[in-house]
Design a binder for this molecule. Structure first.
Ligand SMILES: Cc1cc2nc3c(=O)[nH]c(=O)nc-3n(C[C@H](O)[C@H](O)[C@H](O)COP(=O)(O)OP(=O)(O)OC[C@H]3O[C@@H](n4cnc5c(N)ncnc54)[C@H](O)[C@@H]3O)c2cc1C
Length: 294
């Protein structure tokens, strides 16, 4: 098939691209088209082409909260660069492109003397991905700092949603797949740089102490209040259990680690074992935080 995006300026297209290269799990089959988009105009054209040709599509940010199936994705994966990775300030409101990496966003906010987002330190991925899943830590989440977002709907219409309309919940929102977050308005607070630096440093140290390194997508399951899911899994004696090269971290029970050559099917089998054991032993049904893309 001829690349349907070939005449569009402001994009790069990789054909039959392995998604294992674009996810923190380092797992996943190929996508037919991996489309890197650099401008609003190009994005409109990409979505129009997708609609016209009835191509399935999905947007990824850092790929740090997704498990891609071994069969890959038959359509187009969209990833945002260029204009979607810029940030500007109007008064105390920061306008941030959705493709901005959280790490870079924190550095830039700190340089401007803006704090209030330090809870994000150590969470990999992009602002767009963080909003979609209401990422958070240390009792705070994106819901606390997002005032509104601008999106491109699957009907190619640009719309604004307020914080309330996003309907933030625990690690979830009402933003449908297919709706692309373009940018966000974030409310930060003036803080002394040394206080920001100190909080970021403490949060990173806490993570280093409690979370494993290695290929993962962070916590695999959501916490079910009042329990910490990692502790539930550890109490069931599952620490270190593996299927193929997928292993339950010995450091944190809610992290599934790819030791190098794990397949998505290994991760899914291991996740099912965890769910069954926790249900049978504790009577609690775990729900996935990681999103499956197939
Ligand atoms: C080591 C490690 C630690 C982690 N710690 C935490 C933590 O403490 N707290 C936490 O909440 N999460 C944590 N995570 C999970 C993950 O980093 C966050 O959920 C992050 O916000 C996902 O961002 P992303 O850009 O990688 O999204 P992706 O994984 O690329 O995508 C996640 C979802 O967002 C959607 N999406 C991405 N960009 C857009 C966009 N522009 N428009 C519309 N939809 C979009 C995707 O379609 C997908 O549905 C951790 C992950 C790792 C690997």
């Amino acid at each position: 098939m001829i690349n349907p995006f070939r005449s569009i300026a402001g994009i790069e297209v990789l054909v039959n691209e392995p998604l294992s290269k674009h996810t923190s799990f380092h797992i996943g089959g190929k996508t037919r088209y991996f489309v890197k988009v650099y401008s609003h105009r190009a994005l409109n054209k990409v979505i129009s082409t997708i609609k016209r040709q009835r191509i399935e599509y999905y947007v990824i940010g850092g790929g740090t909260n997704v498990l891609v199936s071994d069969e890959g994705f038959p359509g187009a994966i969209i990833k945002l660069y260029g204009i979607f990775r810029t940030m500007k300030r109007t008064g105390d409101i920061v306008h941030c492109g959705s493709g901005f990496l959280i790490e870079h966003f924190l550095q830039k906010a700190k340089a401007l003397g803006y704090g209030g987002a330090e809870f994000l330190a150590g969470i990999p991925g992009t602002i767009g991905g963080a909003i979609k899943g209401n990422a958070g830590a240390f009792g705070k989440s994106m819901a606390d700092i997002v005032m509104g977002i601008t999106v491109l709907t699957d009907q190619c219409v640009v719309s604004r949603f307020s914080n309330k309309e996003i309907e933030f919940g625990y690690r979830q929102t009402e933003i449908r797949d297919g709706v692309l977050i373009l940018s966000a308005e974030l409310k930060l607070i003036h803080r002394k740089q040394r206080d920001i630096v100190s909080d970021i440093r403490n949060n990173l140290a806490y993570r280093r102490q409690r979370q494993p390194t290695g290929y993962s997508a962070g916590s695999y399951f959501k916490n079910i209040k009042p329990y910490a899911t990692g502790k539930l899994i550890e109490d069931c004696g599952l620490r270190g259990l593996s299927v193929g090269d997928a292993e339950i971290s010995r450091k944190h029970g809610n992290f599934i680690i790819n030791r190098g050559h794990a397949k998505a099917s290994d991760v899914l089998k291991l996740a099912n074992i965890i769910k069954k054991r926790v249900k049978n032993t504790k009577g609690i049904l775990l729900k996935e935080e990681v999103r499956l893309l197939k």
